[in-house]
Design a protein around this ligand. Structure first.
Ligand code: ATR
Length: 277
């Protein structure tokens, strides 16, 4: 029987992860079967013990369980502990070990599309201070040493995330007005908010008119492939990147944790665009 893998969360019906992982299993001749396991908020503890009993070899974790699952695991990798969220779990010898491949997936996607674009001299502006922002901001602060500014509607959350980033690199917290006024200070601007996900709320998070030529604008949203934020940046002649590279790289890193194989990612991006997006 094929080794079992999957995704837990709710809602997950539209996830592209089964298509991605099952394709890679076949591509690399690995006997694996990745399925969706819908798990509601209150059912997490029970689901985790079932996963142990069923000897599921690995699974991804998404909303609303990324933080709640930490105390239910036997071990949590240091980066995931710092971020405070787990998106990938490996089961080995009856032990569950949690990792976070979201932030590093974003960084790998950025590096593949824009090599040498970001280093410790860079200044990065993150829009949002929720779970996705934490993964990206803390990973960038730790892995690149870049200055990381956090801008959020709820300012206190920007302050808290900025303080966490400040342990690893220069960081400050801003409100939207400040970010708009000093947009010319940043080489990379990343939207991690959900604005743009819903067609009824498709406006750019902040005004981009103060930005300097050559700035890279990234959005974690991949569907639509161009949010209003990215469309506006593109119209101003800037570089843009949507959330698809992050989706594929976080998946590739999870696949590697489970199988030891780092799978091909560029073909996967093209394939997902053609089939689903
Ligand atoms: P995720 O895990 O996707 O990051 P989250 O933790 O719920 O989701 O975070 C959502 C982020 O989008 C937050 O930064 C939120 O801002 P607040 O902290 O002020 O709530 C931001 N966000 C969502 N809708 C927004 C809106 N209409 N305007 C501004 N920011 C918004």
């Amino acid at each position: 029987m094929a080794d079992r893998y999957g995704l837990i969360g709710a809602p997950i019906a539209h996830s592209l992860s089964p298509s991605m992982h099952n394709f890679w299993f076949e591509e690399y001749g690995i006997s694996g079967d990745y399925r969706l396991y819908p798990v509601e908020k209150d059912d997490l503890a029970q689901a985790v013990s079932r996963i142990k009993e069923a000897e599921i070899k690995g699974f991804n974790v998404t909303f609303p369980h990324k933080t709640a699952i930490l105390p239910l695991l036997d071990e949590v990798d240091e980066a995931a502990e710092v971020i405070g969220a787990v998106n990938t779990v490996v089961q080995t010898g009856g032990r569950l070990i949690g990792y976070n491949t979201d932030g590093i997936g974003f960084l790998k996607g950025l590096k593949r599309n824009f090599p040498n674009f970001i280093d410790k001299r860079s200044s990065v502006l993150i829009l949002g201070a929720g779970g996705a922002a934490r993964s990206v901001a803390l990973t960038l602060a730790r892995a690149t040493g870049a200055h990381v500014a956090i801008c959020n509607r709820t300012y206190s959350k920007a302050v808290a995330l900025s303080a966490a980033c400040g342990k690893y690199s220069d960081s400050d917290a801003l409100n939207f007005d400040q970010a708009e006024r000093q947009l010319d200070q940043y080489q990379v601007v990343i939207n991690t908010t959900s604005i743009g996900l819903n067609p009824d709320e498709d406006h750019s998070v902040i005004h981009l008119d103060k930005s300097l030529p050559g700035t890279l604008f990234a959005d974690l949203i991949y569907n639509p492939s161009r949010t209003a934020f990215l469309r506006e940046a593109e119209q101003l002649g800037h570089l843009v990147m949507n959330g698809l590279p992050m989706l594929v790289y976080q998946g590739a890193l999870a696949f590697q944790k489970w199988t030891g194989v780092f799978p091909e990612t560029e073909k996967m991006e093209d394939r997902l665009i053609k089939i689903y997006l």
